[in-house]
Design a protein around this ligand. Structure first.
Ligand code: ADP
Ligand code: TRP
Length: 329
């Protein structure tokens, strides 16, 4: 299966990104039946407020993070979106077959427009069309993402269908691949998804030190309303379950879950255990990441090699598309 996914270089990677998407990228990559493409969505990231001086570092840091978590350039094509002009070429073509009304319905657009009222740019509106182009230019069949991206994937399928119906079959209709934890909630407001935009206390960054993780988990919202609203507790338990790997950790999880149901869970015991579990899980990552920090040339080389492979495939699809549209003279 041809797998593709992307992530924006903006802010720190958090455990929601990891559990909802990146963990799955690595699993899929390590199955030799798949052909995997992963990229840094820098063009998407400039639809939000940003500092151009910080952007190169954000792109390199994110790539180094992905490599340290286990993405392997020997197994996957890893590249930077803006280095492949075909993505934006195909976006323009898709723009001409996308009804305005469908983009107006996108919830991420509505949320982001509300949170950056001074910067409701056309790119923010067109974001899902660029995403459809990212996916379809490689004729990808499956896209591992978190739940918040499912609506964009529906638009992608719709775009593929519309194109194929009008011009003849070129594209597959890619499906989303979700993990068992497609929506991790914020640590300080369990009614909202964990997100960079929620502020540092709302998430655990994968690069947080063990001390920071302890602090953040300590202040995380658990059960509220005298134990009536258990959403915070469920979220913490879900995180524990997702990081539990050994038999012992899994059996600890079953016990904590039972205590929580019975209303006897001692957070003074559970929370430090959860923080420990997360900190240990990322110990190997922290080591590899420290090594890569001193080697930006290697990271740049990975992206340059990836761009070469991606460009060839993207150019081929674009040619096919232009032919169908009657643009080749
Ligand atoms: P953020 O909302 O923090 O800016 P991104 O939009 O960069 O996150 O998301 C990158 C990937 O991580 C996407 O596949 C997205 O669906 C996934 N993701 C983001 N937040 C969560 C979450 N809270 N739970 C599960 N997956 C998530
Ligand atoms: N919009 C995605 C996010 O915010 C990032 C993204 C851009 C993406 N293009 C993509 C994900 C193509 C999957 C496929 O997380």
């Amino acid at each position: 299966m041809r797998i593709l996914s992307g992530i924006q270089p903006s802010g720190e990677l958090h455990i929601g990104n990891y559990l909802g998407a990146i963990k799955n990228w690595i699993k899929l990559q390590n199955d030799s039946k798949n052909e995997c493409w992963f990229f840094v969505a820098d063009y998407h990231s400039i639809t939000e407020n940003y500092d151009p001086k910080e952007k190169p570092k954000e792109i390199l840091d994110l790539t180094a993070d992905l490599l340290s978590l286990g993405l392997d350039p020997e197994k996957s094509v890893i590249f930077q979106q803006s280095q492949i002009p075909g993505h934006t070429d195909l976006t323009w073509i898709f723009n001409t077959i996308t009804p305005l009304g469908e983009l107006e319905r996108m919830t991420q657009y509505k949320d982001k427009a509300a949170s950056q009222k001074q910067n409701i740019n056309v790119g923010l509106f067109d974001y899902p069309v660029l995403m459809a182009a990212d996916i379809l230019i490689y004729k990808s069949e499956a896209v591992p993402v978190g739940e918040d991206q499912v609506q964009h994937l529906e638009l992608t399928r719709e775009t593929a269908r519309r194109f194929n119906d009008r011009f003849g079959k070129v594209f597959p209709e890619p499906k989303p691949l979700l993990t068992e934890t497609p929506r991790i909630m914020s640590l300080i407001d369990p009614t909202k998804k964990m997100s960079k935009s929620g502020g540092e206390k709302s998430y655990i960054a994968i690069s947080d030190s063990p001390e920071t993780i302890q602090e953040k988990i300590k202040t995380a919202v658990s059960d509220t309303g005298g134990g009536k609203d258990k959403r915070g507790g469920y979220n913490l338990l879900e995180i524990f379950n997702a990081f539990a790997e050994t038999k012992e950790e899994k059996s600890d999880y079953s016990n904590y879950k039972r205590y929580h149901e019975e209303g006897t869970l001692k957070y003074a015991e559970f929370k430090p255990a959860l923080a420990n579990l997360i900190a240990n899980y990322f110990a190997d990552y922290r080591k590899k990441r420290a090594e890569l920090s001193g080697n930006p040339d290697y990271v740049k080389k990975v992206l340059a090699d990836g761009a070469q492979k991606a460009s060839a495939v993207a150019a081929k699809t674009l040619q096919e598309v232009k032919q169908k549209l009657g643009l080749i003279i």
